[in-house]
Design a protein around this ligand. Structure first.
Ligand code: ATP
Length: 239
């Protein structure tokens, strides 16, 4: 297992946003957390990035207990996040944003670094065309690409993707999901949080459904996609 989450509880004051959730992310997999608004998906990812404090439970990454590790150290260990709402630096260029993703790396003048930059620009040719453009002037879809590209620049073993399809047109959603497949095929483990359950379950090896802070169902993506109650609740009756 690359990531093990054991009995995780996270609060905002008295609100229990995440309650005793347990799940694993196998190395090389696409694992997805799906659920409605407010289910606790983003809180889970932020906690795995070290941005929220754990009230109880444990997070193990590649055998090391990182429950209380600082965000910076987690990025160095190989976890990086593409946040919900993208979070690009609007006044900086596309290139500068991508460089920011690599701030923990000590090899920024190396061939390996340049190769990673090339790989990101190959995945996202639109970013290459706009490399000197201010990120704040990119379209929503392009900013989403930039957020994923920036996370990849840290050379993660595990990438955390928070609602990459949010607010995108259907054609672009397809494109983003194909790129997620490609990132996974190239060897990066993916933990994907999505409200677009149909797309997420289609490509997930493992899937977990969150409801009001708790995991209520787990299975393979195919199992959950084929389940009548999941279809009715999350897939608008079809997939
Ligand atoms: P969405 O799909 O709408 O982004 P989500 O599943 O990602 O939803 P979270 O954002 O993790 O859900 O929210 C889980 C719960 O925690 C919600 O009840 C939300 O209101 C609450 N919450 C989230 N952020 C805060 C905050 N900063 N302060 C107080 N409560 C919060």
């Amino acid at each position: 297992m690359l990531l093990e989450v054991k009995g995780l509880c996270v609060n905002y004051g008295h609100i229990e946003a995440v309650r005793d959730i347990t799940f694993d992310v196998p190395e090389g997999s696409i694992t997805t957390l799906i659920g409605a608004n407010g289910a606790g998906k983003s809180t889970t990812l932020k906690t795995l990035s070290g941005l929220r404090k754990v009230r109880a439970g444990q997070v193990i990454f590649d055998g090391t207990d990182i429950t209380h590790a600082a965000p910076y150290d987690r990025v160095k260990m190989g976890i990086s996040q593409s946040p919900e709402g993208r979070g690009c630096f609007p006044g900086m260029t596309v290139r500068e944003n991508l460089d920011m993703g690599a701030y923990v790396r000590t090899d920024r003048k190396s061939a390996a670094y340049n190769q990673d930059m090339e790989r990101v620009l190959e995945l996202f040719p639109r970013l290459e065309e706009r490399i000197e453009q201010a990120a704040g002037t990119l379209s929503g879809g392009e900013q989403q690409m930039l957020a994923i590209g920036r996370a990849l620049m840290a050379r993660p073993r595990l990438i955390l993707l928070d609602e990459p399809s949010m607010g995108l047109a259907p054609k672009l959603i397809q494109q983003i999901f194909s790129i997620i497949d490609e990132i996974n095929d190239q060897g990066t483990t993916v933990l994907l949080v999505e409200q677009n359950a149909a797309q997420a379950l289609k490509r997930a090896d493992d899937a977990h459904i969150l409801e009001t802070g708790e995991i209520v169902r787990s299975g393979t993506g195919a199992e959950l996609a084929g389940d009548e109650s999941v279809k009715a609740a999350y897939l608008g009756g079809n997939i």
